[in-house]
Design a protein around this ligand. Structure first.
Ligand code: URA
Length: 258
């Protein structure tokens, strides 16, 4: 069974841009005017497949894809994201948090979404999770000048709730385009939500972490992707830090060979 994000993506890939009732791509303006059905007839009619909200999400996804594809540089993409109005999270967020760090880095680090500190300051991973991430990077000889850090979502979900499939679907083109423009060799994904969004699967982070996977960002370009625990999770569950440390050692080893 497809989730909402997969359904939206599937329709977009198939070239569908709007819905009329349950018929993808049927123009409302050319559809014959329907007579008001009787209660019995109405019960037999198929339920509309998509709500108005889903249609809006789909238009927003297409818009996000189009403006991402036409951004030729990270700074053009940043401007496009900052002026994008297709994600309701922007209304409750304080600042747009685009990626930061070295745009020529071999490593891109991907988190889930800005938290309260990031939302206030406008930079990714600057709160408690960010401080732990900095320490873990330093332990393997890395720092923010050597990596590019970003998130699946550029806006903070209210109360740090997990983003919905529709929010992820709308914002994913921005992340994908950042990766295309940077062309990293390695992608480190922090946390299950970010890993599921970017790798398009539903595996738990416990099963995903620690394994080298492939992330393809163009027909002939791919990066090695490694998922690990989110620093916020490690702050709540310090006993898991050993596993995260093993992941960072894997990362350092891969970097040496790249
Ligand atoms: N958590 C994230 O996933 N990203 C941030 O930028 C901060 C906290």
């Amino acid at each position: 069974m497809m989730n909402e994000r997969e359904l939206l993506e599937w329709y977009l890939t198939a070239g569908v841009e709007f819905f009329c009732g349950d018929v993808p791509g049927c123009l409302k303006s050319v559809a014959p005017a329907a007579e008001t059905p009787s209660a019995g007839e109405a019960a037999k009619q198929p339920r509309p497949a998509m709500t108005d909200l889903a249609q809006m999400s789909m238009r927003a996804c297409k818009n996000a894809r189009d403006i991402s594809a036409s951004a030729a540089t990270l700074s053009e993409l940043r401007q496009a994201v900052e002026s994008f109005e297709g994600c309701a999270l922007k209304m409750t967020a304080g600042k747009t948090v685009f990626g930061g760090g070295n745009p020529n880095a071999k490593i891109v680090i991907v988190g889930e979404a800005p938290g309260a500190d990031e939302d206030r300051i406008g930079e990714p991973f600057v709160g408690r999770s960010g401080h732990l991430l900095d320490k873990m990077l330093a332990a393997v000889g890395l720092n923010r000048d050597k990596v590019y850090i970003t998130n699946v979502l550029p806006w903070r979900p209210p109360g740090n709730r997990t983003p919905t499939d529709a929010e992820v679907a709308v914002c994913l083109p921005f992340l994908r385009r950042q990766i295309e423009l940077i062309e990293p060799r390695i992608i480190l994904i922090l946390g299950g939500s970010a890993a599921n969004s970017l790798l398009d699967n539903e595996e738990s982070i416990s099963r995903l972490r620690g394994k080298w996977l492939e992330y393809k960002f163009a027909d002939d370009k791919k990066a090695d992707a490694l998922a690990s625990f989110h620093p916020a999770y490690l702050l709540r569950n310090p006993a898991q830090k050993g596993k995260a440390w093993a992941d960072f050692l894997r990362l350092a080893k891969k970097l040496q060979n790249n």
